[in-house]
Design a protein around this ligand. Structure first.
Ligand code: PLP
Length: 504
């Protein structure tokens, strides 16, 4: 696929040392020189210096092992102190299965409820308005909504093209119950929503039916922050709103006293790294009352009878938490949230914003000797309405893309952790990479059987079927992003064909 150049942002910030390989004036700068220039242009970065201190202490294992970690959208990192505090709590106490009246159970119940309260507090959610349901991850929270939402003939499930597969998957519940599924497009190259089309879809629903609108607060593909103003607007047209906040909340404050989505889904490991295996559905109590669970399980009922085949579901959160909670891990949620609140999301946000701006400038400035750009970024090339996730492909001087698997292999070899593929966001990938509905359908039709990813790749032909994603976060340093731009520059003036043997 030939590269289609997009406009790059105005290079008013000198990006010392990461320009075209052909320009002798741009010989590689040292890290120290580049950082000094960066700090001059981004004075706000100095306000985030507490994070450098934390990186050197609480996250020292990164530098000890020489890691350049650029996969924060994949998973956040934990501070040593989080693990220590949690371990000390477990070693210093005896905890039993919660929700009984014995002392060890009561001690645990107390901490589970404290974890719930800390989630509400962190998101400024009123306990009168919102309930917190603990799940295994964001996908578990999304499935709870999908399987329980009262979809019926006449109702609609509206979602943006740009969504994680766990949001896309809800369409199968919707379709099975006769609801109409509608995708609202996003527009390449910036990947913002097509506002006119989205507004028209929102206005066209039958307000007497149950209609669900789902979108990500931040795209895990392009980094776009989709406007939170859509929440109230959709609700005013009779929609329930499901906000997938998984990629947004690690670097931005979500204030549920200002925005009132009906359902919010997230995974805690993305915010503070530890523990994995716990996510949450924050649901407005009025919206929760609309959901009909398709089954009952241990822990979810107040009464169930075998002989009469009847049961009563618990009201509120408990009715949605199947079986025994991951109770020993739950105190680590309160510990993690305290850790983030202590740093302040504003500080994290500022840091990610400065580093992302520098990265966008530096990466778009990379040019081969013939002037052709090295990278094509899928998403905004400015920091307007975007977070710290940047997705792109590398192109050679003739405009041939470099396979993302090759880029990942080379990054692995220099201890850079990035992610490649479509990141479970096929809609974002299909639009960004220019793969048409016809091409996709013909591959699905031509091969009735399940295709492997490689077979599908061959079917799509000469198109790239994936991309490279880097993402900054809590303890990213300038040295990390500088290391990545140096790595990227190593592809300058290389031909795609030179790498074919690497992938054989
Ligand atoms: C935007 C978004 N939504 C949902 C998910 C699913 O999260 P999990 O895999 O923790 O269930 C992810 C994971 O990357 C994501 O980025």
């Amino acid at each position: 696929m030939l590269y289609n150049p997009t406009e790059s942002i105005s290079p008013d910030i000198p990006v010392h040392g990461v320009h075209s390989s052909s320009d002798p004036a741009n010989a590689p700068a040292s890290l120290a020189q580049a950082e000094a220039t960066f700090r001059r242009y981004f004075p706000a970065y100095a306000r985030t210096c507490a994070l450098d201190a934390l990186r050197a202490t609480e996250y020292a294992r990164l530098d000890r092992a020489g890691h350049v970690y650029l996969d924060y959208t994949g998973g956040g990192l934990y501070a040593d102190s989080q693990v220590r505090a949690h371990t000390e709590l477990l070693l210093g106490n005896v905890f039993g299965n919660p929700h009984s009246t014995n002392p060890t159970s009561l001690a645990m119940t107390h901490l589970v409820e404290a974890a719930r309260a800390s989630v509400l507090e962190f998101f400024h959610a009123s306990p009168d308005e919102y309930a917190v349901i603990f799940t295994q991850n964001a996908s578990g929270a999304l499935k709870l909504v999908g399987e329980s939402y009262p979809f019926a003939p006449g109702s609609r499930y509206l979602l943006t093209f740009d969504n994680h597969n766990s949001v896309n998957g809800i369409r199968e519940f919707a379709r099975a119950r006769g609801a109409q599924v509608i995708y609202a497009p996003v527009l390449p190259p910036d990947m913002y929503t097509d506002d006119e089309k989205l507004a028209a879809h929102l206005e066209s629903a039958d307000a007497r039916a149950h209609n669900l609108f789902a979108y990500p607060a931040q795209s895990n593909f392009s980094g776009v922050r989709h406007s939170l103003e859509w929440i109230a607007r959709a609700q005013s047209h009779g929609w329930d709103v499901l906000l997938d906040a998984a990629a947004f909340v690690p670097t931005s404050a979500l204030d549920l006293s200002r925005y009132h989505p009906d359902f919010v889904t997230l995974s805690f490991y993305k915010i503070f790294g530890y523990p994995t295996g716990i996510g949450a559905l924050l649901a407005r109590k009025s919206a929760l009352a609309k959901l009909h669970r398709p089954w009952f399980a241990g822990g979810t009922i107040s009464v169930a009878s075998v002989q009469s085949e009847r049961y009563y579901l618990h009201e509120g959160s408990e009715g949605f938490e199947d079986g025994t909670l991951n109770y020993l891990a739950l105190p680590a949620i309160a510990i993690g949230l305290r850790h983030i609140a202590g740093i302040g999301l504003e500080t994290i946000h500022t840091r990610v914003h400065c580093l992302t701006c520098w990265l966008l400038n530096s990466l778009t400035a990379l040019r081969h000797s013939n002037g052709a750009p090295l990278l094509h970024i899928y998403g905004p090339v400015t920091t307007h309405r975007r977070g710290g996730t940047i997705t792109f492909n590398f192109y050679d001087p003739d405009g041939m893309f470099l396979d993302h698997r090759l880029v990942e292999r080379r990054a692995n070899a220099v201890n850079i952790s990035l992610r490649t593929g479509c990141f479970c966001n096929p809609g974002g990938g299909e639009l960004a990479l220019g793969i048409s509905a016809e091409e996709l359908s013909s591959c699905f039709v031509r091969y009735d059987d399940r295709l492997t990813l490689d077979e599908f790749r061959r079917c799509i032909d000469d198109k790239s079927t994936g991309a490279v994603r880097i993402s900054t976060g809590l303890v990213t340093t300038f040295a990390d992003v500088f290391a990545f731009t140096q790595f990227a520059a190593s592809f300058l003036d290389k031909r795609a064909a030179d790498f074919w043997s690497d992938l054989a």
